[in-house]
Design a protein around this ligand. Structure first.
Ligand code: SAH
Ligand code: SF4
Ligand code: F3S
Length: 471
């Protein structure tokens, strides 16, 4: 039996990291990774449940793979990730040819589950406990992940890696499925995080992005001693080889003065803060149970402006949440105008089974109104971002070069000059004409032009000169 695996990943960075771990585990068990489901003996979908659309896409992909499974029943199909945890048996009902359903806290069981299916033990399901299925500590343990196992080839680039510092979420925003799919909030032990950061640095990684649903609420208690986000950042700052530290996603209420002072003072920590507001209206925020008002958000925002004046801030918004009036919506517009976010991810509200909003509130905003508000809010955000980016024209920024841009990847492989892409410390995207060897370097770029999403520039000084090479 050959051991070729294909994994399709959708959803957030947590899922990207989870796929990296599963690949590392499967490779250890003798599997190779292939680029197409056609060539694979095992096909996995790493799924997301945050909006209905994300789930429908997976069910539709499962529909398409059915024919291949009919032709070759030995081809194993696995559904992993948040939708696996949320839908469980429903997946077997909707797609009876699926062989494995694995929740995000049970991914370490995959090699074993494959063996069980292969040896004729029938289809397999490994999911974590529900929030009320037992004592908190036992439920939490069932959601733990197996992060130390990594595979560099699966990373966004060889120089960048995600590092999970927090599992789960306890905020229970009324619209959100994540506290159910990822379980209780738990900070991972700082020694583990530090040792993973050192390994990543040894593997050539220069930038780490710390992951958590409310990453700045990170806490780890060991007896009397508590490590918080600030002390964790201070410790990670000492890791040689790591030059940039980012962290997402932040919860507005936990953006303390102490943390912001650290962001400003620790040069490796990026002055980039993703702090989703979700709405500009107090009434909507209350129904979302976000736990803050717009006055609280603005107080936090002004704290950022005061303590980290160099920071860029980005946000998420949900439009068309239950009962959102035109007036409420205008308040989200006003918030973007006031905060001038670097970017905002804007989502149309999607009812999620099992959430408070699905049980207690009415999804009363018509689809067209949601789509229209989405479009209008995006227009405002894009205009603000364009104006902010225009201010950088003529200035010099420093970027970590990630590799060829999309355009650069499509370029003739023999051409010495290709379009390269990188990001500033503030997470702005920059493209420039360069060469592939610049990937992984920090370069100074003179900005010549800007769109709302991208700065366009040229290399100003070359930090590393490779003698004897053209270009
Ligand atoms: N933990 C992060 C976000 C997790 S989900 C935080 O609290 O900010 C990513 C984004 O998806 C959220 O910020 C929210 O804007 C959006 N989202 C979550 N549930 C949603 C739903 N039911 N419908 C539409 N968008 C949703
Ligand atoms: Fe979902 Fe709210 Fe937790 Fe974010 S903080 S993951 S939006 S429940
Ligand atoms: Fe989706 Fe799960 Fe991430 S629901 S957004 S993949 S935590």
């Amino acid at each position: 039996m050959t051991k070729r695996v294909y994994i399709k990943t959708v959803g957030c960075q947590m899922n990207v990291l989870d796929s990296e771990m599963v690949v590392a585990d499967l490779k250890r068990h003798g599997y190779t990774i292939v680029d197409s489901p056609k060539d694979a003996d095992c096909v996995f979908y790493n799924t997301c449940s945050v909006r209905e659309h994300a789930e429908e896409k997976v069910y539709s992909a499962l529909g398409k793979i059915r024919e291949a499974k009919d032709r070759n029943p030995d081809k194993l199909i696995g559904v992993m990730g948040c939708m696996a945890q949320k839908d469980q048996e429903i997946i077997f009902k909707r797609a009876p040819y699926v062989d494995m359903v694995i929740g995000p806290g049970q991914l370490h069981t995959i090699p074993d589950l494959i063996e069980k299916v292969r040896s004729g033990q029938g289809r397999q399901m490994a999911v974590s406990l529900g929030r009320t299925d037992g004592k908190q500590a036992i439920v939490a343990r069932s959601h733990e992940t197996f992060d130390p196992l990594r595979d560099p080839t699966m990373r966004p680039t060889p120089f960048q890696a995600y590092l999970r510092i927090q599992i789960g979420c306890d905020k229970f925003c009324t619209y959100c499925v994540v506290p159910n799919t990822r379980g209780p909030e738990q900070g991972r032990p700082p020694e583990q995080i530090l040792s993973e950061a050192r390994i990543l640095a040894d593997q050539g990684c220069r930038e780490i992005t710390l992951l958590g649903q409310t990453v700045n609420s990170y806490k780890y208690k060991d007896g009397d001693h508590t490590t918080d986000m600030t002390s964790l950042l201070e410790q990670l700052h000492e890791v040689d080889g790591i030059d940039r530290i980012k962290f997402v996603t932040n919860y507005p209420k936990d953006m303390t003065e102490r943390l912001l002072i650290a962001v400003h003072e620790l040069p490796k920590v990026s002055p980039y803060l993703h702090v989703p507001a979700q709405s500009g209206s107090d009434d909507v925020l209350k129904r979302m149970k976000r736990g803050y008002t717009i006055a609280d958000y603005m107080e936090m925002f002004e704290r950022i402006e005061r303590l980290v004046p160099e920071a860029t801030v980005s946000s998420d918004f949900i439009v068309g949440f239950c009962g959102e009036t035109e007036e409420d919506f205008e308040k989200s517009v006003a918030l973007i105008e006031r905060c001038r976010f670097k970017n905002s991810f804007i989502f149309q509200y999607s009812v999620r089974p099992g959430t408070k909003a699905s049980e207690r509130l009415v999804d009363d905003i018509p689809r067209e109104v949601k789509a229209d508000r989405n479009h209008r809010l995006l227009e405002v955000q894009n205009r603000v971002a364009q104006e902010e980016n225009d201010k950088l024209i003529g200035q010099t920024v420093e970027i970590l070069v990630e590799g060829p841009s999309k355009k650069g990847q499509d370029a003739d492989p023999d051409s010495a000059t290709v379009q390269m892409i990188g990001r500033t410390h503030c997470d702005r995207i920059v493209v420039f004409d360069g060469n592939r060897r610049q990937a992984g370097q920090f370069l100074k770029i003179h900005v010549d032009d800007a769109s709302s999403h991208t700065l366009v520039g040229r290399v100003q000084t070359v930090d590393v000169v490779t003698i004897g090479m053209p270009g």
